[in-house]
Design a protein around this ligand. Sequence first.
Ligand code: C2E
Ligand code: CA
Ligand code: CA
Ligand code: CA
Length: 279
Amino acid sequence: AKEQGRNTYRFYTPTLTTAANERLALDARLRRALANGEFVLHYQPQFESQSGALIGCEALVRWLSPEEGMISPARFIPLAEDTGLIVPLGEWVLRTACAQGRVWLDAGLPALTIAVNLSGRQLQQPDLVQRVADILEQTGLPGERLKLELTESMIMGSGDQTLDLLRAIKALGPRLSIDDFGTGYSSLAYLKRFPIDELKIDQSFVRDIPQDESDMEIAATIIAMARNLHLKVIAEGVETPEQLAFLTSQGCHACQGYLLGHPVPANEFVRTVFGRASG
Ligand code: C2E
Ligand code: CA
Ligand code: CA
Ligand code: CA
C-alpha cells in the first residue's frame, strides 16, 4: 500500500504544486496589473550605422509592480503567452507605443519608426488586421511609422492564412522585421515568400564580436544575405565600439544596443535621445 501510495502521489510532489500555484498566482497578478495600469513601455533607440542618425526605437514592456518594483518581461511574457494574456497586453503595448509616436510627432520631434514586438498568439487572432487598423486610426500614427517585430518560429510552417494576414497588415503601412534572426529553425524560402522588410540579427551573434570568429562570420553572412534579398538589416545587443565598427563595415544598416542607448521611459527618451540627436 505504501508503495502504491508513493506511485500515486508521484505527480503531486510539493515542488510541482508550488510551481503550478505560483503560475496561477502570477497570472492573476498580471491580469490585475493590466487592469490597474501597472505596465509601462521603455523605448530603446535605433541608429543608422553609417551616419549615426536616429531612425527609430523599440518599445519594450516592463511591469511596475507596487510590491516588487520594475519586473523584466523575461519574467512574465512567457507566462502571458501561455495563458493568452499576451493578447490584451500586446494590444495595450501597440496602442501605447503608437500613441507615444503620435505625441512625439505632434511635439515636432524628428519622425521615428516605432518597433513593437508581436507574439505568436496575437498573430493567431483573426481580427488582428482590424485591430492594427483601428489603433493606427485612433492614435493617428501614420502606418509607415510602425514596425512589427515577429520571430522566425511565428511564420515558419504557417500557412496562407498568416501570409494573407501579414500582407493585409503591410497594406496599412507598417514594416515587418524578423526578430532574433538566426536563432530559429528556418528554411530561407520563407524570406522570399513572406512580405518581410528587415532582418534583426540576434544579440547572441553580436555579443562575442570580435573574439568569436564564427559569430563574426554568421553576422557577416546574414548582412550579405539581407543585401542580396533586398532586405534591411539591423543588429541588436551592440555593446562595444568594436562591434559597431565591424557591423558597419559589413554593411549592417542599423544598430541598437547599450553602447548607443538603453531602453528608457518616454520622458527620458526625449531628454537624452532626441536631445542628443538634435543637439
Ligand atoms: P527582444 O525583443 O529580443 O528585445 C531585446 C532585449 O535585449 C530587450 O530586453 C533589451 O532591453 C535587451 N537589450 C537591448 N540592448 C542590449 C544590449 O546591448 N545588451 C544586452 N545584453 N541586452 C540588450 P527586455 O526589454 O528585457 O525584453 C526581453 C524580451 O521580452 C524581448 O526580447 C521580447 O522578446 C520580450 N518583450 C519585451 N517587450 C515585449 C512586448 O511588448 N511584447 C512581446 N510580445 N514581447 C516583449
Ligand atoms: Ca524585439
Ligand atoms: Ca531580439
Ligand atoms: Ca530575444
